[in-house]
Design a protein around this ligand. Structure first.
Ligand SMILES: *[C@@H]1O[C@H](CO)[C@@H](O)[C@H](O)[C@H]1NC(C)=O
Ligand SMILES: *[C@@H]1O[C@H](CO)[C@@H](O)[C@H](O)[C@H]1NC(C)=O
Ligand SMILES: *[C@@H]1O[C@H](CO)[C@@H](O)[C@H](O)[C@H]1NC(C)=O
Ligand SMILES: *[C@@H]1O[C@H](CO)[C@@H](O)[C@H](O)[C@H]1NC(C)=O
Ligand SMILES: *[C@@H]1O[C@H](CO)[C@@H](O)[C@H](O)[C@H]1NC(C)=O
Ligand SMILES: *[C@@H]1O[C@H](CO)[C@@H](O)[C@H](O)[C@H]1NC(C)=O
Ligand SMILES: *[C@@H]1O[C@H](CO)[C@@H](O)[C@H](O)[C@H]1NC(C)=O
Length: 332
């Protein structure tokens, strides 16, 4: 009996501990971007694959237009291939809206690399929606890949840094902000985190960067006009993943509540049982003592756990008290 209860209490306790140990990661996704970064990254992988299909007997340093699958019509895609050293020593004066200066270093070193250019067109806010901001230009991207094997797919990007002058992006056909608010450059790194920056001064609609990623010009739209919910249609993959994580949370909470409840029930029954056990023991020792003829009077008056005995002790005269006590204990 004793050991069963104890192990039940232990199991409940361990259950609660494990529920609490699992709960901290559920707090972390508070800082997730407003769009689905995994959808954006699989688009990058798809576009790398389609860009490389444009390389049929490719010449280095020549920009090729690539086609995109029909389900993402509206995105334009181009690609250019270099010998590693030539990009670093010559740069590319004009690669669509980008101008890549000398001194660009890729890591790890590869013999040949490709720069994939993306213009997300009317898909920009589907893949890179930013609540509170309006895009004044489509999202553009420049991403670097190893171009040794042109049938390779699912490549990861090379790291790519402009070590001298920054790369400049001259945006074309930029919309004017509605109410004279100040446009800003936005850069999404490969983790999808946006970073804001002022436009280059003395240039028209130009942003600068030292790294690869996705770029656009935005304006804060939360300030004067009413919020425009039409700006951000739901992105693929966003709904399901959110639902999944919230149902996970619910299960964790249910687990903690049920576990805590079980634990409290078991703990209180354990305490009650201990209490009864303790009482029984005390009665037993008293019985033993009375059988041995040991005087009981002083102990029971002092700190008896039996209120019945205590109450009667005060009202009854001395001699019957002993009689009462021995009768009472012998019945148990
Ligand atoms: C690539 O497409 C652009 C327009 O999207 C066009 O101006 C350019 O001539 C094309 N380049 C080649 C090599 O076909
Ligand atoms: C578009 O189609 C391609 C294949 O044609 C597929 O791999 C890709 O997942 C599709 N993308 C979207 C966003 O539906
Ligand atoms: C973008 O425009 C193309 C036609 O040019 C259309 O087929 C596609 O559905 C549009 N995409 C979005 C997200 O509206
Ligand atoms: C290039 O990549 C493809 C697809 O991953 C692979 O099947 C092929 O063996 C690779 N070729 C070389 C020469 O590595
Ligand atoms: C692409 O590569 C990543 C790791 O770099 C891997 O987790 C993923 O499963 C791959 N996807 C495909 C379709 O091969
Ligand atoms: C910016 O655009 C304005 C008018 O469109 C033009 O007058 C000006 O020269 C341009 N500045 C630069 C640096 O290109
Ligand atoms: C937009 O501007 C308003 C007022 O200038 C500011 O309170 C708000 O935080 C800004 N929104 C964002 C997303 O930066």
């Amino acid at each position: 009996m004793d050991s069963i209860r104890r192990s039940l209490v232990l199991i409940a306790f361990l259950g609660i501990l494990s529920a609490y140990a699992q709960s901290p990661p559920s707090i972390a996704p508070a800082a997730t971007p407003a769009f689905s970064i995994s959808a954006a990254r699989s688009l990058d992988a798809l576009l790398q694959d389609y860009a490389y299909r444009a390389f049929v007997r490719p010449r280095t340093g020549v920009l090729y237009n690539a086609s995109v699958p029909p389900n993402i019509t509206g995105i334009t895609l181009s690609v250019i291939r270099f010998r590693s050293g030539s990009l670093r020593s010559k740069g590319v004066a004009q690669l669509k809206e980008f101008s890549v200066p000398v001194g660009v270093i890729e890591k790890p070193w590869v013999q040949r690399l490709a720069l994939v250019y993306q213009n997300l067109g009317n898909w920009s806010s589907s893949y890179y929606g930013l609540p509170g901001y309006t895009f004044l230009s489509p999202v553009l991207a420049l991403l670097a890949y190893d171009a040794q094997n042109l049938s390779a797919t699912n490549l990861s990007e090379l790291s790519f840094v402009a070590s001298g002058k920054p790369i400049l992006i001259h945006f074309q056909n930029v919309k004017s902000p509605i109410d004279g608010s100040t446009p800003q450059c936005v850069w999404f790194n490969l983790e999808g985190l946006p970073e804001f920056k002022d436009l280059e001064s003395g240039e028209n609609n130009t942003c600068s960067t030292t790294q690869q990623g996705h770029f656009s010009i935005v304006v804060n739209s939360t300030a004067p006009p009413a919020p425009a919910p039409s700006e951000r249609p739901p992105t693929p993959g966003f709904g399901p993943s959110e639902k999944k994580s919230s149902s996970k949370k619910v299960w964790k909470i249910v687990g903690i509540v049920v576990g805590s409840f079980l634990f409290l029930v078991l703990l209180s029954s354990f305490i009650a049982w201990m209490w009864r056990h303790h009482k029984k023991k005390e009665l037993k020792t008293m019985a033993d003592r009375s059988e041995q003829g040991e005087p009981l009077r002083r102990r029971t008056i002092g700190g008896s756990p039996m209120p019945l005995a205590g109450a009667s002790q005060r009202t009854l005269p001395e001699p019957p008290e002993d009689e009462f006590q021995s009768r009472e204990t012998s019945t148990t």
